[in-house]
Ligand binder design. Structure first.
Ligand SMILES: Nc1ncnc2c1ncn2[C@@H]1O[C@H](COP(=O)(O)OP(=O)(O)OP(=O)(O)O)[C@@H](O)[C@H]1O
Length: 277
């Protein structure tokens, strides 16, 4: 299996006299079709690592090291690549879904027009074929009434629908790698499971690779085949999901896993149990 992503000695620091290192010497690989969960306390550098992979760090943040993304038989280093190369790679090779769907959606553009852009730009679709592909992309993320959604502005649809649109947008140009940074955290709990299920099935059906950032360890256990643990901008450990979450080697990971189990223990397994007692 070849690698879709190779992160090598990634550093992210603040430019200027302070020069603080926010991500420090992070290295990991991701094979084609593999799903990597990234966990760690708040502020541990998970999102900055994701943004660096996407080549989206801007001033005052600066990346060092290398992040090689496979593009056909070639690779692109998103740490050093020029803007034009990054624009060509984003969407078509690597897609992203963020915690807040509005981060990737334009509030002033109709949803159909937003989806048409990657389909036209990366897949070369035009006219009726393009129109049909926009509706298909909305139907694929299980949005009922795709015609109405396509005509809507983003504030005219619900939070769960917005995240489905953001997922459709991330998948539109058929990237081989998806970066999902806490994709359901901002959603109402009643729609979280549905959006997660959608993400999971889209990744599986397309055989995509996935970097999945989350605080929800049971969800990570269900979606990832490998897990990377971060703390203070550094990698604590990385390995197979079963080993990392089932038999962690590092104290820090044990604490994270323990905290998650402690929460499980507080909850009755049957939500109606308490009422009946
Ligand atoms: N634009 C920025 N300028 C200065 N510091 C930043 C910037 N972005 C992030 N940081 C700092 O870098 C560190 C890592 O942030 P990051 O967002 O990657 O953490 P995280 O692990 O994703 O946290 P969370 O789980 O809360 O999303 C934090 O200390 C954060 O305050």
């Amino acid at each position: 299996m070849s690698d879709i992503l190779a992160v090598s000695h990634l550093g992210v620091h603040l430019d200027g006299p302070d020069g603080r290192r926010l991500v420090d010497d992070v290295s990991f690989d991701l094979a084609d079709g593999q799903r990597l969960g990234v966990i760690g306390e708040s502020g541990s550098g998970k999102s900055l690592t994701a943004l660096a992979i996407l080549g989206l760090l801007g001033h005052p943040l600066r990346a060092t090291g290398s992040i090689r993304l496979a593009v056909g038989d070639d690779t692109v280093d998103t740490v050093s690549a020029r803007q034009r190369r990054l624009d060509a790679v984003r969407g078509s090779v690597v897609g992203a879904v963020f915690q807040e769907p509005l981060a990737s959606l334009d509030p002033l553009m109709r949803i159909g027009a937003q989806l048409a852009w990657p389909l036209r730009h990366h897949r070369g679709l035009r006219g009726d074929t393009l129109r049909a592909a926009v509706l298909d992309a909305l139907a694929e993320v299980q949005l009922a009434e795709p015609e109405r959604i396509a005509r809507s502005l983003i504030h005219e649809v619900s939070g769960g629908q917005r995240q489905r649109v953001a997922i459709a947008l991330a998948l539109a140009a058929r990237p081989r790698l998806l970066i999902a940074d806490e994709p359901t955290t901002a959603l109402d709990v009643t729609v979280q499971a549905g959006v997660l299920e959608l993400l999971q099935s889209a990744v599986r059906e397309r055989g995509m690779s996935l970097v999945f950032i989350s605080h929800d360890l049971p969800v990570v256990a269900g979606i990832a085949d490998r897990v990377l643990v971060m703390r203070n901008g550094r990698v604590v450990e990385v390995g197979e999901t079963r080993q990392i979450l089932g038999a962690p080697r590092e104290d820090y990971t044990r604490t994270l896993v323990g905290a998650s189990r402690a929460l499980d223990d507080l909850l009755p397994s049957d939500p109606l149990e308490g009422d009946r007692a």
